[in-house]
Design a protein around this ligand. Structure first.
Ligand SMILES: [Zn+2]
Length: 563
């Protein structure tokens, strides 16, 4: 392989995003000979685990991928904007969107250097903005039929092929309701995924050619979605798994399809191109017990439950609650959604903030926050500034030692001060402590009751798979080495690594590092160069989303249990 850096128009770079892809599936499939193209890429290139952001959620992770920066810069901690200063409305109804970081991505920078870039359905790129090439916005974005303006140049919006975005229909009649047990129709998830991936790919290749793109990023969301909904069918270790079920291979089929499309792309682009494959996070079974952080804080004397919380915990209320959940299990999707939605507001008024030092800030299914009830910052704050740090240290120490009362297992894998994870203007928006739970636990909302509880099966029926922090990384092409990644790689490292592969200077404000073990010894002789850049954040396209757009985006996120 040549070591010379070729002219911008000759050497193509292709970055494929497989949202949610994990080596736990890829490696066994390769062993069985099912992913020949990834096998080739891994054999002739470099691969390894790519750590997600904390939380390992697509919204913060893809923004970190695009910008090379942590979520503290843009306030992109979640799909929604968060508000630690409020007790009730901790999640804003506003979704995060591209106006929070557009202009600051590595493809904006490459565009300024004269590269033609193509950006296809990268999450959180709605509304689209002007790039030196094309952009089709990714999830979450409104239904394309309701708002056809989700591409740059805007004329593209008019002739976007169907099914490019997240518009799969509700379950068909093909499978009896009782067999679905409240889940979406697996057949629809599979077929929708296969079609969506094929169409996005075909359309990307077409636009790449038309616009002569040098660097193209294409993200497929189908694997993530299928793994959320269909994990129990695939994984013999899942508590709800039934051997020989008819949907057992559906997730695998999506990986195989991704591999076949990768082969098409390689043929199209040619071998002399840079290929990167990344996922924003990994995946695993959703199961285990619930850990009720507020109940622990209450038990340890850091939080005071209200009378309402204590009443909610009495046996009669619990029986009623159980009956409601059983009833909900019998309903179709929309009915279930209503019940679940109602439940979200059920716990309000359960904490007496006048006598609470710290309380839970839910983030995602593996990540929890703790907010200290700081005087002057929180509406009824009682912790004075001078006691903030000692209380935080005490909580971190004690949380790290929390053990499951039933089996003695450690519940919390890692515990961070906010500033250990997040830097930047929006870092103070994050909760004071960030907790990563062991994967055998996920968060519960109990306040006055038990600290641990078994998980009601209904929570595992519809969404049986969960994110894991370990995503994937593969690189292949000129000047790229072979073997395994030698360093701890994180999703912020992709942007500077791609820039180095292209022989470009790295903007100094990027926090990620160049993954040196990706490159051949020959290539590494060229020392990386850094540059100060001015990020121009002036764009024409209106950032304000209408209420209808927001609602359409929220509905899609709710289907995946993200809101
Ligand atoms: Zn996901």
């Amino acid at each position: 392989m040549g070591s010379a850096i070729q002219s911008k128009s000759k050497l193509k770079t292709m970055i494929i995003g497989l949202d949610g892809a994990t080596f736990d599936l890829i490696l066994p499939l390769i062993k069985r000979g099912k992913l020949p193209n990834m096998q080739k890429m891994m054999g002739n290139g470099v691969h390894g685990i790519l750590q997600s952001t904390i939380p390992s959620l697509s919204a913060p992770a893809w923004v970190a991928f695009m910008t090379g920066k942590n979520p503290g810069h843009y306030g992109t901690y979640h799909f929604r904007k968060i508000n630690i200063n409020d007790y009730d409305n901790i999640y804003s109804q506003d979704l995060i969107d591209s106006s929070m970081f557009r202009g600051a991505t590595f493809f904006d920078y490459l565009g300024q250097l004269g590269y033609r870039v193509g950006v296809m359905t990268v999450p959180v790129t709605y509304p689209p903005w002007e790039v030196n090439g094309f952009m089709v916005s990714g999830y979450p974005c409104p239904d394309p039929h309701e708002n056809p303006n989700f591409a740059f140049p805007s004329e593209l919006s008019r002739d976007l092929p169907e099914n490019l975005n997240w518009t799969e229909k509700e379950s068909s009649d093909a499978i009896p309701k009782e067999e679905m047990r409240g889940a979406r129709d697996p057949q629809d998830i599979l077929n929708g995924g296969l079609t969506m991936m094929s169409r996005r790919t075909a359309y990307t290749l077409k636009l790449m050619e038309q616009l002569d793109c040098d660097v193209t990023i294409l993200v497929w969301g189908a694997i993530d979605r299928a793994q959320h909904m269909l994990w129990k069918y695939h994984d013999p270790g899942h508590v709800l798994h039934e051997p020989n079920n008819r949907f057992k291979t559906y997730i695998e089929r999506l990986y195989c399809h991704a591999d076949a499309l990768l082969g098409d792309i390689m043929t199209h682009v040619g071998q002399e191109a840079h290929f990167f494959i990344v996922s924003d996070h990994g995946f695993g079974p959703k199961q285990g017990s619930r850990f009720h952080l507020n109940a622990w804080l209450n038990q340890q004397g850091y939080l005071k439950a209200t009378l309402k919380a204590r009443l909610m915990n009495n046996p009669l209320t619990k029986t009623l609650k159980g009956a409601v959940l059983k009833f909900a299990a019998k309903l179709d999707n929309s009915g279930q959604k209503k019940i679940m939605k109602a439940k979200q507001t059920f716990n309000r008024g359960t904490i007496d903030f006048n006598e609470t030092l710290a309380y839970r800030f839910p983030i995602d299914e593996q990540t929890e926050g703790v907010v200290i009830n700081l005087k002057g910052r929180q509406p009824s704050g009682i912790v004075v500034e001078e006691e903030f740090e000692s209380l935080r240290t005490e909580l971190i120490e004690r949380l790290g030692g929390v053990q499951d009362t039933i089996n003695g297992r450690r519940v919390i894998r890692r515990c961070f001060r906010r500033e250990e994870l997040y830097k930047g203007d929006k870092a103070p928006e994050a909760p004071d402590i960030i907790i990563v739970l062991d994967e055998e636990y996920f968060p519960g909302a109990g306040v006055a009751g038990a600290v641990f509880s078994p998980t009601p099966q209904i929570y595992l029926e519809t969404i049986s798979g969960n994110h894991r922090p370990e995503g994937i990384f593969m690189a292949h092409g000129p000047d790229i080495s072979t073997g395994k990644l030698q360093e701890n790689a994180g999703i912020m490292d992709v942007a500077p690594t791609v820039l180095y592969a292209l022989g470009e200077k790295i903007p100094r404000d990027i926090e990620g590092k160049i993954l040196r073990s990706v490159f051949s010894a020959e290539r590494l002789k060229k020392a990386p160069e850094f540059v100060d850049r001015k990020v121009d954040m002036e764009f024409d396209i209106a950032a304000d989303l209408s209420e209808a757009e927001q609602e359409s985006m929220r509905t899609k996120l709710q289907d995946l249990g993200y809101l």
